[in-house]
Design a protein around this ligand. Structure first.
Ligand code: NIG
Ligand code: FE
Length: 434
C-alpha cells in the first residue's frame, strides 16, 4: 500500500496580505490575453495590500493604516499574512507538461552529451518509446504517486494552474491509465488541472510498419472512447518528421474535435513540419515549441486566437535553435511560456527558470515574460478569466517573494529560489507530498 502522505486541506479562508513592496501584474479590469506591444507593459502597485474573501481577490490597493484598520474591523477573524517587504505575483500557469511518467532518462542525456541527437536516440528505440515501455509496466497508483510529488514540487516553485498530457501509453489500456491518473490528480489537487490526450506522441512499436493503422486506431477507437469517458479537454499531436505529418495531425485533431476535445499541436520543434498550419486549420487553442517557425507561420497565426507557446526549457536542454520570439511579438502575436516538464526534453518544472530563459535566450523583456507565464499561459488552457493576474474576482493563487529590489530581479537571478510563500485560494500552502 502506497502512502500518499498528508493531503492538502482546502480551507477557503479570508486573508489580508499586507506589508508588500509591490503587487506585480495588477489589472483594473480583466483582460483575456495580451498581444504584441501590449505585453511590454506590466502594471504594478507599490506598497499594496490584497484582501481575499472566500478564496478570491476581493480588493487590492495602496496600503494605508486606516484601510487596514477598517478591514480588520469589518472582518474580525481575518488571517493576516505579512509579506515582510516581498513582492506579490499571480501564480505561474504551466500550460504544457508531461508530468505523468515512469522512471527517468538521464542515460539519454549522457548519450546526447557524447554526441547523439534526440532523433538518433529515438531511432534506436529510446526517447518517447523508452518512456512508453516503462509506463506500460508501471501500476496506476505508482504513476499517481510520482506525478503527485512532481506537482507538489511545481506548486512550491510558484505554479498555480497546470495542464498535463498523456502520450506515454500509446495503447488503449495505458493511455486510459494515464488519463485516469490525471483525473485523480485533478480531483485532489489544490490548483486547477487540465487534461490533454496525446496519443499521437509517437507511433508505438507494435505499429512501427503501419502508421496508418495507428492513426485509424486513434481516430476510430481511442479518441471516441476518451470522448465518451470525458477524460480530456484537449487533444495534442507531435507534428514532426518521423512522428506525425501535418496531414496526420489534421485527421487526428479533427476526429478529436468531433469528440469534444480542443486541438493543440507540438509544432516546428525539430524541423519545419507544418504543425502551425495544421493547428490553425483545426482551430487549435495553442501551438507549442516553434523553434522552426517562419515568417509565413507568423502571418498564418495572426488574428486566429491560437496562442504561440514557447518552451525554453526543452529548447535549452536539447540545444535547439531559438524560436523567433521577437518577430512574433513585433507581428502583434501573443506569446505564452510553459515548462514542458517531461523526462526526455525538459526534466524540470520550474516556471521561474522558464521565465529567466525566455529573457536570456529570446530577449523577451521581464514584462513580456511575466505576462507570457501568467495571463497568456492561462489563456492557452482556457483559464485566463479566473487565473493569471491580480484582478478583483480572480482566484487568489499568488506567490510572495523574498524582499527583492525589482520584479526584473526574478528573471535576472536565474535558478535562484526567491519565492517565499505560496497562497492558493487564499490559503498558505505548506505542501502535500509524502
Ligand atoms: O514536448 N516533443 C515531443 N514531446 C516532448 C518530449 C517527450 C520525450 O522526449 O519524452 C516534448 O519535447
Ligand atoms: Fe511537450
Amino acid at each position: 500500500m502506497l502512502n500518499f502522505g498528508r493531503e492538502f486541506i482546502y480551507c477557503i479562508v479570508n486573508l489580508l496580505i499586507r506589508n508588500t513592496s509591490c503587487l506585480v501584474h495588477t489589472e483594473k479590469s480583466f483582460k483575456k490575453i495580451y498581444e504584441g506591444r501590449d505585453m511590454s507593459t506590466l502594471n504594478t502597485l507599490n506598497n499594496g495590500y490584497i484582501l481575499i474573501l472566500e478564496g478570491r481577490i476581493a480588493e487590492f490597493g495602496t496600503e494605508t493604516r486606516e484601510r487596514i484598520q477598517e478591514i480588520r474591523n469589518q472582518f474580525r477573524e481575518i488571517a493576516v499574512e505579512d509579506a515582510n517587504g516581498g513582492m506579490v505575483f499571480p501564480s505561474w500557469v504551466d500550460s504544457h507538461t508531461h508530468i505523468v511518467f515512469a522512471g527517468s532518462r538521464e542515460q539519454e542525456f549522457v548519450d546526447r552529451i557524447k554526441g547523439l541527437s534526440y532523433m538518433e536516440i529515438f531511432h534506436r528505440g529510446g526517447g518517447i518509446l523508452n518512456s512508453v515501455k516503462r509506463l506500460r509496466s508501471t501500476p496506476e497508483d505508482e504513476l499517481f504517486h510520482t506525478a503527485w510529488n512532481r506537482l507538489d514540487e511545481m506548486i512550491r516553485m510558484g505554479t498555480g494552474a497546470v495542464e498535463i498530457k498523456s502520450g506515454y501509453g500509446l495503447d488503449t489500456e495505458s493511455e486510459l491509465k494515464m488519463l485516469r491518473v490525471i483525473r485523480r490528480i485533478r480531483e485532489k489537487a489544490p490548483i486547477p488541472v487540465k487534461a490533454t490526450f496525446l496519443g499521437a506522441h509517437a507511433v508505438p512499436e507494435e505499429f512501427s510498419d503501419n502508421r496508418e493503422g495507428y492513426i485509424r486506431f486513434l481516430t476510430g477507437e481511442l479518441i471516441p472512447e476518451i470522448g465518451k469517458q470525458q477524460l480530456a479537454e484537449y487533444c495534442d499531436v507531435f507534428c514532426e518528421k518521423g512522428y506525425f505529418t501535418d496531414d496526420d495531425s489534421r485527421r487526428i485533431l479533427r476526429a478529436a474535435s468531433g469528440h469534444g476535445m480542443i486541438p493543440k499541436v507540438h509544432a516546428e520543434q525539430l524541423s519545419h513540419s507544418g504543425g502551425i498550419r495544421a493547428g490553425v486549420d483545426c482551430g487549435a487553442i495553442s501551438v507549442d515549441h516553434l523553434e522552426y517557425a517562419n515568417e509565413e507561420d507568423i502571418r498564418l497565426l495572426k488574428n486566429t486566437g491560437c496562442i504561440p507557446t514557447l518552451l525554453p526549457g526543452a529548447q535549452f536542454f536539447l540545444g535547439l535553435q531559438h524560436p523567433p520570439a521577437r518577430k512574433m511579438l513585433e507581428a502583434g502575436l501573443p506569446l505564452a511560456l510553459a515548462t514542458d516538464y517531461n523526462p526526455g526534453s525538459s526534466p524540470a518544472g520550474n516556471m521561474s527558470l522558464a521565465v529567466s530563459l525566455a529573457c536570456i535566450l529570446y530577449k523577451m523583456t521581464p514584462e513580456e515574460a511575466i505576462i507570457a507565464a501568467t495571463t497568456n499561459a492561462a489563456a492557452a488552457i482556457g483559464l485566463s478569466e479566473e487565473y493569471g493576474s491580480i484582478c478583483v474576482g480572480k482566484v487568489a493563487n499568488l506567490f510572495i517573494t523574498r524582499p527583492v529590489p525589482s520584479y526584473a530581479f526574478l528573471p535576472y537571478s536565474f535558478g535562484t529560489i526567491l519565492i517565499h510563500k505560496i497562497i492558493l485560494k487564499g490559503s498558505v500552502y505548506s505542501g502535500f507530498a509524502s
